[in-house]
Write a protein that binds this ligand. Structure first.
Ligand code: BGC
Length: 385
């Protein structure tokens, strides 16, 4: 056989192999996805739970209710596995008392001032559910909807694809919005979230995920000793209802500076107006950090490490901002395994466009028009350090 023919045969065999892998979903060793029933809503709708596993004994569970990341089990430096995301054991917890634990947030993550905005000359009124403002998509946002789901099996990832159709006018937002979210896990301990959405009329979109992390294990004390680095030189400062003033504030020389790693609790009680707006009595972070490398999925956006267990989460995102929130409103909430979630018992890293963007002409736009596609990719990586 001529060399050329060898190549041809080789290429053919390779192509067949690839095709078979795609058809049969052949997986890298150790990856798995399974599905089970989690519970039933009062209207009889069944809620399912998908379990993603990898070769490093990492396990992530995701609910069709709210697209909620219900648990993220990660080994520590000695191999001890713990769930690093706050949540509940049962559906009732999520329905009745969840402060957005692990949930997909939409149509608009974070706050819109007065619950109102104007787009193309039309003014829209949204439900007001947080002081004078609309928070996280209104009274019944994407976090409280049941999503359609199907498993994902590609060569090096497993996951679940969730879809939700948000009709025109839902929670006051214009346009029919079709949303797809793909959660996947690989053997590098990357939990990747890919979002996309299309609309048939001009609207605003700002999707995010609201996992509360405690790298020492959910319910295991506060996160004050965990060491954070946020790759952001500025925040968008807020007023006393946590709406951005429209200004940008340099973090240099303030308690907001996490450009060099420091314990989250180091400056949390400092005397600073912005900390007091977030938590008037004891201080806290609840602010949008303006990332230094917006749109760059290869640039590290944030890293938090628990010195005690050695567990680390790194965040990479295509979004321009991240809401860093230190659970300032948690105070003895009963969570999973009989645990109690304390004040400062978790932190969030919500990849997002900036809060109140529809009313802030100087912020990156959150407008989505027919023919355009909203996309976001965010990765929470638990690669051992
Ligand atoms: C907000 C907090 C809010 C929390 C609700 C965060 O995204 O920034 O102010 O209390 O969500 O759980």
């Amino acid at each position: 056989m001529l060399i050329r023919d060898h190549f041809r045969v080789g290429r053919f065999v390779l192509a067949c192999g690839l095709a078979m892998a795609l058809v049969s979903g052949a997986q890298a060793a150790g990856l798995g996805v399974s599905e089970d029933t989690f519970g039933t809503l009062s209207d009889g709708t069944e809620v399912d739970i998908y379990t993603l596993t990898n070769a490093n004994r990492m396990e992530v569970t995701i609910l069709t209710y709210g697209g909620i990341v219900q648990s993220i089990r990660v080994p520590d430096r000695n191999g001890k596995i713990d769930d690093v995301s706050l949540g509940f054991d049962d559906l009732q917890g999520y329905v009745e008392r969840s402060p957005y634990f692990g949930a997909l947030i939409g149509r608009f993550g974070n706050r819109i001032a007065g619950g109102t905005f104007t787009l193309d000359g039309e003014t829209y009124q949204l439900p007001v559910n947080n002081g004078p403002n609309s928070l996280h998509g209104g009274t019944k946002g994407f976090d409280k909807r049941v999503w359609s789901a199907s498993p994902i099996r590609t060569g090096d990832r497993v996951g679940v694809e969730l879809t939700y159709f948000s009709p025109d006018g839902e929670m006051g937002y214009p346009g029919n919005l079709a949303v797809t979210v793909r959660y996947t896990l690989n053997n590098d301990n990357d939990l990747r979230i890919h979002y996309s959405a299309v609309t048939d009329a001009p609207t605003v979109v700002n999707l995010t995920n609201h996992v509360y992390f405690n790298l020492a294990g959910a319910g295991n004390g506060t996160i004050l000793d965990q060491v954070a680095m946020l790759n952001a030189d500025r925040i968008t400062p807020v007023d006393d209802t946590l709406i951005p003033t429209g200004a940008f504030m340099s973090v240099a020389g303030t308690p907001f500076d996490f450009t060099q790693p420091k314990p989250i609790g180091q400056d949390i009680r400092a005397d600073h107006q912005q900390l007091a707006y977030a938590e008037p009595e004891q201080g806290g972070y609840d602010h949008n950090y303006v990332l230094n490398n917006p749109g760059n999925l290869d640039a590290l956006a944030a890293r938090v490490t628990d010195p005690e267990s050695g567990r680390t989460v790194e965040m990479y995102t295509t979004e321009p901002g991240v809401q860093f929130y230190t659970s300032n409103f948690l105070d003895g909430l009963q969570g999973q395994d009989g645990e109690t979630y304390k004040h400062w018992g978790g932190f969030t890293l919500e990849a997002q466009h900036f809060p109140d963007s529809p009313n802030q002409p100087d912020f990156p736009s959150t407008v989505l028009r027919p023919g355009e596609k909203y996309t976001q990719t965010t990765i929470y990586s638990f690669r051992p350090k």
